[in-house]
Design a protein around this ligand. Sequence first.
Ligand SMILES: O=C1C[C@@](O)(C(=O)O)C[C@@H](O)[C@@H]1O
Length: 262
Amino acid sequence: MTSRVQPVVVRDVVLGEGRPKIVVPLTGRTVEELRVEVAALAGHPVDVVEWRADHFAELTDVSRVVSTARLLADDLAGRPLLFTCRTTAEGGRASLGDERYGQLILAVVESGAVDLVDVEYERDRAVVDGVLTAARERDVPVVASYHDFTGTPGRDQIVDRLRAMQDRGADICKIAVMPHGPADVLTLLEATRIAHERYVDRPLITMAMGPLGVVSRIAGQLVGSAATFGTVGRASAPGQVPVDALDAALRLLDYETNAGNE
Ligand SMILES: O=C1C[C@@](O)(C(=O)O)C[C@@H](O)[C@@H]1O
């Protein structure tokens, strides 16, 4: 099977090639808590760090958010930093209107402090397009995201949404769903495979959340999901597993390195 995916390279991490990359969220409320979380990453298999800024107590102070992003990037010493402000509509904590949401993300992109930025695809169209344009100018790859915390859309709906993200110019297309039974998990995996093999030529990140969905967090290489979120400390979404176990599972399922075992 040949992959048509154009990998996204952030520092020394290649998304869209080989084993899925491990992303760890930081959910501290203060600068001090965040720095403790960064220090705790030492010795763990972590490819990318996500700052879930919606947990930050000073989220409404844009310059404080930017200076904190810089500080975290320094502390991370070369590990890529993904900036995410997850709103309440998508399972996060930030209740920001479209305008303030857009201003915050734009300020972070324009600061040059982060390596990747998440934008919620369902936000106001002009806001999403504004972020995509600014990020392109600054060479900051954009992860377009969509979360359904209530259920799992049908297979074709998931595929269509991933394609729509690509058509709008996202560099990476991400969908998280909530399964209510094993069939929902299989729907998510099958939709990912179809999008990856037939329609989307850039990295995808998909997951079924909650305990039922754990298999989707380790099966990415099989179906074409380029990254998976795991924990060092607190989880940012239901079903995330600790990174050491996650890494062991990804290695076990790595069919490229298993090829010699036939
Ligand atoms: O979008 C995602 C995926 C996620 O919701 C998960 O289910 O692992 C975790 C979030 O931190 C991240 O922004």
